[in-house]
Design a protein. Structure first.
Length: 336
């Protein structure tokens, strides 16, 4: 919402006064859905449904009051009407003297007069105080008949009036009354208004795309074969960055993770050269004795297990699962 000079309401320069006589307006705004409600009289020249905004300070103060008080509590709000944007901005709240109970709050005429005098002393237009909010504590935010009657009394001095009902759960119901148009809007949209000179998010999405890049791990095409036949020179690679199937089978699979297009062929070749170097530094055995032994089923042993020199020397002679160890002539295997 663009900043503009506030538009004063054509209301009398005085605080709302709760009139005890029979209200002139008759209506039912207890609806819990967004709607337009007819008051009394003709319905000509109807304004569109508005949005009610709060400054960050007002939003924080209202939440604090509601959470701090375990009885119903009410407050008034100073409002700026932005007619061109069809919006109201509650920019200040006033907490008057009141008597409260678990199911009611009573703000007296004296309490309203007291906060009006405070505003007059600050040279603030009291006719902008046409917003009344109160808490229903832990109850639902649907209005009681007393809440409806209270609005009708305030409308005697306010051609536009805003009522809000909130609770500790964060629920809210905000209604806007246009007395001279004989309509009311129920459950109008609300939002917090941040008064920035420029959009703080402008250009940020493009900047993220330009400067924030993911870390890409490049695996060689024979990653699985290296890992499963050469033991443990890749344990530093996080499991969630390895090909999924390799984590599920001791033999791995026949493919590696795809290479990102952002890597040049020279970079990929250099990566593979590094892998080959690591390959050459690994001892030529599959880990008999600390990764597996002759008690493991053959199908769960790593590739190349039969050529492990430690296995041949210490385990093959009593490996009951390896028939080659006992019938070398039958299978044409090397001697035990």
């Amino acid at each position: 919402m663009a900043k503009r000079k506030p538009v004063k309401q054509p209301a009398p320069a005085q605080a709302p006064v709760a009139v005890k006589s029979k209200p002139e307006w008759d209506f039912d705004t207890a609806s819990m859905v967004t709607d337009m409600v007819r008051l009394t009289g003709p319905n000509d020249d109807v304004p569109a449904m508005p949005t009610v905004f709060y400054t960050p300070e007002v939003d924080a103060q209202m939440k604090f009051i509601v959470n701090k008080c375990n009885q119903e509590v009410g407050w008034m709000g100073l409002v700026t009407h932005y007619e061109d944007q069809n919006a109201f901005l509650v920019h200040r709240i006033m907490l008057p003297q009141q008597q409260v109970h678990s199911a009611t709050t009573e703000i007296s005429d004296e309490g309203l007069s007291e906060i009006a005098e405070e505003l007059i002393a600050e040279d603030v237009d009291t006719s902008t105080m046409y917003c009344w909010y109160h808490s229903h504590v832990n109850m639902a935010v649907s209005p009681s008949q007393q809440d409806e009657d209270q609005v009708a009394e305030y409308m005697s001095s306010c051609p536009i009036f805003i009522r809000g009902i909130v609770n500790k759960r964060g629920d809210s119901k905000v209604d806007v009354y246009y007395r001279d148009h004989n309509i009311a809007y129920t459950c109008v949209p609300t939002a917090i208004f941040y008064n920035f000179d420029k959009d703080p998010l402008e250009g940020l999405e493009e900047l993220i795309k330009e400067r924030v890049k993911p870390i890409v791990t490049v695996y060689p095409n024979n990653w699985n074969n290296h890992y499963s036949t050469r033991g443990s020179y890749y344990p530093s690679v996080p499991v969630n960055q390895r090909p999924n199937s390799d984590a599920m089978t001791p033999y791995g699979n026949t493919y590696g993770a795809p290479v990102q297009e952002t890597y040049t062929q020279e970079e990929i070749a250099a990566e593979n050269d590094e892998v080959d170097h690591l390959y050459d530094t690994v001892p030529d055995y599959t880990g008999y004795g600390f990764e597996w032994d002759e008690c493991d089923p053959i199908g769960l042993r790593p590739m190349g297990w039969a050529d492990d020199p430690t296995y041949i020397q210490h385990g093959k002679a009593h490996d009951s699962q390896n028939q080659w160890a006992y019938e070398p002539d039958l299978y044409g295997a090397a001697d035990a």
